[in-house]
Write a protein that binds this ligand. Structure first.
Ligand SMILES: *[C@@H]1O[C@H](CO)[C@@H](O)[C@H](O)[C@H]1NC(C)=O
Ligand SMILES: *[C@@H]1O[C@H](CO)[C@@H](O)[C@H](O)[C@H]1NC(C)=O
Ligand SMILES: [Zn+2]
Length: 456
């Protein structure tokens, strides 16, 4: 928060894309001491969420710094009609005054000091990275530890090794270049063979929102799982024979690295546009797509966490993804965008509460996915359209893909669910495996459904 835009100017000169060691001094990290996480039942007749959102960032013109006042972590949905909201200490009184009487009567604090959660996670990561550094560099993709949160460079190194050591199954693809100049990669996975014919595709992206660390971890988990289990487990084998898989595990590497080194709660990209605003950096990459950009549920304030950007595709990450999806993927059948948290499978539309023409089929596939998840780990995921389950959001990738005619589309909110005492964005790495297993099961179920309905 305080350091959002002061630090990067200094850092960028010395701290380039080659850095992947976590800084152990941690002196420059944004500090959320005194911030508390609250939950309340949302009164459906109120416009409380919109009101709260409008206060999210305070800009101090004299010190030229911005400070986060309020941050919505979990939006209310039909199944869970409550909100999780992070509140700065000085904003607590004002926050309470914005709730209706009914909402206030259900208000409870679910985390007393978010900074201690962040510190605990950081200590564990430093421990881990010291341990990893003592070991030699990765020599084989098998050695890549999917049960840990990795730097962007480590993710790329894994994909590079995999494509070099499994060239008959894995091709590394470059999809975009970020604002800070990082190359954004993904992998295309197909059954063993040199240049097999193009098939319908399953597309997965993750990391759109920087702080949702479980999402890229699950993306990487799935890459490793598909390659290792091809020919061993029936469902993985069948779905790889039917589909080309494109997995882009980290599409917002600037934001991700920033969330590792400067501000654990960073969500946006790291683009700078001094014409628009000199102090506030980045846009919400999932409000920046061009289809119905800037309609319901978009924010025009550059400091906001859900700022839609100065124009459609203003973010080079999103422009690159759009070009890649449009020109490189000929027959997209399934599109999944991984986020956290809340355990939801969200389908289009986001910009309107009208139903898509293939609404029922999308819901049927989501139901199969939720059953497969339940069968795999016993965990419950809910499903529905974005506007049905929550508030409208426009400029999202799933609306773009729906407009493009992709039949099966889900924005996934991974674990945890918004239960009391949840870890929110700080899900310990010990949960990656189960979250990855259940997502793999969900994707296989959606693939199987598509094969049946579309006669692939
Ligand atoms: C910066 O914002 C201005 C004003 O909205 C816009 O015209 C311009 O294209 C933006 N620049 C970039 C690089 O996005
Ligand atoms: C549940 O899981 C078992 C074992 O993993 C599998 O054989 C079965 O087909 C699954 N059932 C469903 C409905 O997914
Ligand atoms: Zn997200």
């Amino acid at each position: 928060m305080w350091l959002h835009f002061l630090v990067p100017l200094i850092l960028l000169t010395t701290w380039t894309v080659t850095c992947h060691v976590i800084d152990e001094t941690a002196g420059k990290m944004a500090d959320y001491s005194g911030y508390t996480l609250h939950r309340f039942q949302v009164d459906t007749t109120s416009n409380t969420m919109e009101k709260l959102e409008s206060y999210d960032m305070e800009l101090d013109q004299t010190t030229q710094t911005a400070r986060l006042l309020i941050d919505i972590w979990a939006e209310p949905s039909k199944q869970n009609p409550h909100a999780d909201v992070l509140v700065a200490p000085e904003f607590l009184q004002k926050f309470k005054s914005l709730l209706t009487g009914a909402e206030l009567s259900t208000l409870k604090m679910i985390e007393g000091d978010i900074q201690s959660q962040i510190n605990a996670e950081r200590r564990a990561m430093i421990h881990n990275s010291v341990r990893r550094r003592r070991k030699r560099a990765l020599r084989s993709w098998h050695e890549f530890d999917t049960n840990a949160y990795h730097s962007y460079d480590e993710m790329v190194e894994f994909m590079r090794l995999l494509s070099e050591q499994k060239p008959d199954m894995v091709e590394m693809v470059k999809v975009a270049t970020s604002s800070e100049g990082r190359s954004i990669y993904g992998v295309k996975i197909h059954p063993p063979g040199i240049s097999p014919p193009e098939k319908p595709s399953i597309i997965v992206d993750a990391g759109v929102h920087a702080r949702e660390w479980i999402a890229p971890a699950v993306g990487l988990f799935m890459i490793k799982k598909i390659v290792s289990e091809y020919g061993k487990t029936a469902e993985v084998t069948a779905n790889l024979q039917k589909f080309d898989w494109y997995i882009m595990p980290q599409v917002n590497p600037d934001g991700y690295e920033y969330s590792r080194t400067n501000d654990r709660l960073w969500r946006k990209t790291r683009s700078k546009n001094v014409t628009v605003n000199r102090w506030c950096v980045g846009a919400d990459a999932n409000r920046n797509w061009g289809y119905r950009w800037g309609e319901a549920g978009a924010n025009r304030t550059p400091c906001s966490n859900i700022y839609m950007g100065s124009h459609p595709y203003s973010e080079p990450e999103i422009k690159g993804l759009k070009e890649f999806f449009t020109w490189q993927i000929t027959n997209p059948m399934v599109y999944i965008s991984l986020h956290s948290y809340g355990q939801l499978l969200l389908s289009p539309w986001g910009y309107t509460n009208e139903r898509t023409e293939n609404y029922q089929d999308q819901q049927n596939a989501a139901k199969e996915a939720a059953l497969a998840i339940k069968n795999t780990t016993g965990v419950s995921y809910s499903y529905g359209t974005i506007s049905e389950m929550m508030y409208p959001a426009s400029g999202t990738s799933i609306d773009f893909m729906q407009h493009r005619g992709v039949p099966y589309i889900y924005g996934v909110e991974l674990r945890p669910t918004d239960n009391p005492n949840s870890f929110a964005f700080n899900l310990p790495p010990s949960y990656i495996r189960a979250t990855g297993d259940e997502m793999m099961a969900a994707l296989n179920a959606i693939g199987t459904h598509a094969v049946k309905i579309k006669r692939l």
